[in-house]
Design a protein around this ligand. Structure first.
Ligand code: 3PG
Ligand code: MG
Length: 395
């Protein structure tokens, strides 16, 4: 890859504009989960200690462009950054016409999505951003699937454009898992709907040895195997697609292991009663809300014999204790295994957090949509532009 890495660039006294993904959840004006902020710190600290004049950019939420809507202000992020860096990080409201920063100092530019033209990757806006800096650093892996002014356009016009350490680390972890994976390779794809992860499933069925499905997705596969899923959430129209996926992977000698037992309930609530059923005995009034102990045991064994594990999405409604056993046991199995394990996606991160297994996972991605698009085999536009700049010697 021709991408230039920030660590190869002389940063002293340079105006360095870093695009981070600081799109974090905020509750009552305070950052409620700072994983993405903490993941960005090594890049920021490196640039500051190299003597750069550091300007950070990020989006937050999806505000209407052209207005500074206080609900989407990065102020809580600036406050959290100040705490973590143990120094004042000022938030600059009006930054497009120029920012003053001293060497070794850092400022945060207000939400890039307040600017008209951001989402459309507008040329004028991209040039304005590029003029702010000597070096543009793309470090927002979580937003690398967006071709927008602050992720893509600016990288075309900045005097020098390179990848930050977080972005490079993410790409390396993805390459380890997908380019020449140690086999057997297992992928676990959970979540509510086949339709939202159809391309992910198609792409994985072509690569992995075991494609474990969980959550609402598994229900469609249970139906495709000829069983009733009662009143569970499932997608009838995608049953033929599920059958095709089962056949595709089988032809390659792989498998989609469909649950043999499940945890069901007639209601989805905190105190709903949970019952175990063999998969052929689900009643019409029942919903499948977790995998059963026999299935959990079988999947745990599969995980322990795998050398590469990719995990996206829970296998049950783990927010409620009585439906959390499957996700918890599998999360622990992934963490305990010696396999190279890569996890990504919002719900997956929440499960990793809830069960305290982060230390055992080889790499936890900060990407949600970006992670999935990579797994789908799509080109990430913000990475492609860095490759083009790198291949031209940043000309
Ligand atoms: C995310 O949280 O997935 C990224 O920050 C991208 O946000 P977006 O989907 O609003 O572009
Ligand atoms: Mg491990």
């Amino acid at each position: 890859m021709a991408i230039v890495n920030m660590r190869e660039v002389a940063l002293a006294d340079q105006r360095v504009l870093i695009r981070q993904d600081l799109n974090v959840p905020i509750k009552d004006g305070v950052v409620s989960n700072d994983i993405r902020i903490r993941a960005s710190l090594p890049t920021i600290e490196y640039a500051m200690s190299a003597g750069a004049r550091v300007m950070l950019m990020s989006h937050l939420g999806r505000p209407k462009e052209g207005t500074n809507d206080a609900r989407y202000s990065l102020l809580p992020v600036a406050q959290r950054l100040s705490e973590l860096l143990e120094r004042e990080v000022s938030l600059i409201d009006d930054w497009l016409s120029g920012v003053t920063v001293e060497p070794g100092e850092v400022v945060l530019c207000e939400n890039v999505r307040f600017n008209r033209g951001e989402s459309a990757d507008d040329e004028t806006l991209s040039h304005q951003m590029a003029r702010l800096c000597d070096v543009f650093v793309m470090d927002a892996f979580g937003t690398a699937h967006r071709a927008q002014a602050s992720t893509h356009g600016v990288a075309k016009y900045a005097p020098l454009s390179c990848a930050g350490p977080l972005l490079s680390g993410e790409l390396e972890a993805l390459a380890t898992a997908f380019e020449q994976p140690a086999r057997p390779m297992l992928a676990l794809v959970g979540g509510a709907k086949v339709s939202t992860k159809l391309m992910v499933l198609e792409s994985l069925s072509d690569k992995v040895d075991q494609l474990v499905v969980g959550g609402g997705i598994a229900n469609t596969f249970i139906a495709a195997s000829g069983f009733s899923v009662g009143s569970s959430l499932y997608e009838e129209s995608l049953v033929p697609t599920a059958r095709t996926l089962i056949d595709t992977i089988k032809r390659r000698g792989g498998k989609i292991p469909v649950p043999t037992d499940v945890i069901v309930s007639e209601a989805l609530s905190q105190d709903a009663a949970a019952t175990r059923r063999p998969v052929h005995q689900i009643r019409t009034t029942e919903m499948v809300l977790d995998i059963g102990p026999e299935t959990t045991q079988r999947l745990t064994e599969l995980i322990h014999t795998s050398k590469t594990v990719v995990w996206n999405g829970p296998v049950g409604v783990f927010e409620y204790e009585q439906f959390s056993n499957g996700t918890e046991t599998i999360a622990r199995a992934i963490a305990e295994s010696d396999a190279f394990s890569l996890a990504g996606g919002g719900e997956t991160l929440a499960a990793i957090d809830q069960f305290g297994v982060a230390d055992g996972i080889s790499y936890i991605s900060t990407g949600g949509g970006a992670f999935l698009e990579f797994v789908e085999g799509k080109t990430l536009p913000a990475v492609a532009v860095l490759e083009q700049r790198g291949a031209r010697g940043n000309g």
